[in-house]
Design a protein around this ligand. Structure first.
Ligand code: MTE
Length: 329
């Protein structure tokens, strides 16, 4: 992902492969000793992909059960089995907490209670939501979405949350509002950022943006949970964006502010490397990243060798063209 690496992120440096290998070996050992699975629901794991035993330290980060939910039948099957949570919740991009995929221990420093999410800008009814509002104010549903990272790895995630348009309806943007700026939590005292041993002047806080029309799209989703529980901190608790037809970097985590604005906002990756990370960033196999092809994707897997992960062709709009292609006609 990051421009300051000389190779795509899936070509891990040797030191990182070693620590990852040690990590997976520990998991294998724990699995053989403990032999028990996490009680994931039938909807989150298919029969052909048995539950994996989680590292108990990881399991302790996974949040509280969210109870019974409405599952939107249109999004109950992503066409691939959901990725085991042991993988998805321990292989994360969250640069506020480090520059590797293994930030989940660091991310536990994110302070999520109390929380305030301010929705402001060109709207008729500005709102501020607290933690309870986020899980009680809007009916929660489960949506199993394909997820495609710009780094050419992919997964399938059972998010829990509510459509973004619920917030649009609540705040009523004015006619002047064309774009939406989403700002993530950032406190330099809490977030060490990528520790590469040299100074990096990154444009914190992490900001992402959509058009108002994209935010109003049926697919655009705010996740407050995943795999049946509240969102773990490594996934961006207590609320993050999920826009499954776009590359994963468009999904800002731990949102503190949503602002309706007239002009396209400056965003984090687009500011750092505009030639590599466009504002629109729709998944498109025909448009290679300047440093790697986007024609195929690797499905997040257990092997320590990423090149052993199953490869699939990338599909335009991540396969969600029926929902979103009209936005770009
Ligand atoms: N949001 C914030 N605030 N900081 C980040 O570094 N990384 C993005 C996105 N949202 C990121 C972020 C990237 S590059 C990806 S691929 C996804 O989060 C990863 O989400 P996950 O770790 O929940 O799988």
């Amino acid at each position: 992902m990051v421009f300051f690496r000389p190779q795509p992120d899936w070509q891990l440096p040797e030191r990182q492969i070693t620590s990852e290998a040690a990590f997976w070996n520990r998991r294998k050992f724990l699995r053989s000793v403990l032999g028990s699975g996490l009680g994931l629901t039938a909807t989150t794991l298919s029969a052909c992909q048995p539950p994996r035993t989680l590292d108990p330290n990881l399991e302790a980060t996974l949040g509280q059960p969210l109870g019974s939910l409405a599952t939107d039948s249109a999004f109950a099957d992503a066409g691939r089995p959901p990725t085991p949570q042991a993988y998805a919740s321990s292989y994360n991009n969250y640069y506020e907490f480090g520059g590797t995929k293994r930030i989940w221990p660091n991310a536990q420093a994110l302070p999520t209670d109390p929380w305030r999410l301010e929705v402001t800008g060109l709207v008729k009814n500005p709102q501020t939501y607290d933690l309870d509002d986020l899980t009680r104010r809007f009916p929660l549903e489960e949506r199993i979405y394909r997820f495609r990272c710009v780094e050419a790895w992919a997964m399938v995630v059972p998010w829990i949350g509510f459509p973004m348009r619920r917030i649009l309806e609540a705040v009523e943007p004015t006619a002047a509002a064309q774009f939406v700026r989403f700002t993530s939590y950032y406190d330099p005292q809490v977030c060490p950022g990528p520790a590469y041993g040299f100074a990096l002047n990154l444009p914190w806080p992490y900001v992402e943006g959509l058009t108002v029309a994209e935010m109003a799209n049926e697919l655009a989703f705010f996740a407050v949970g995943v795999y049946g529980r509240t969102l773990p901190k490594q996934h961006g608790a207590p609320i993050r964006m999920v826009v499954p037809w776009k590359y994963g970097f468009k999904g800002g985590k731990a949102l503190v502010k949503i602002e309706f604005v007239a002009q396209q906002p400056a965003t984090f990756w687009n500011t750092i490397a505009p030639n590599e990370y466009g504002f629109e960033a729709n998944v498109n196999p025909a448009v290679p990243h300047p440093r790697w092809s986007q024609a195929t994707e690797r499905l997040l897997g257990e092997s320590t060798n990423l090149f052993n992960w199953e490869t699939q062709p990338t599909v335009v709009y991540n396969g969600y063209g029926d929902y979103v292609a009209h936005l770009y006609a």
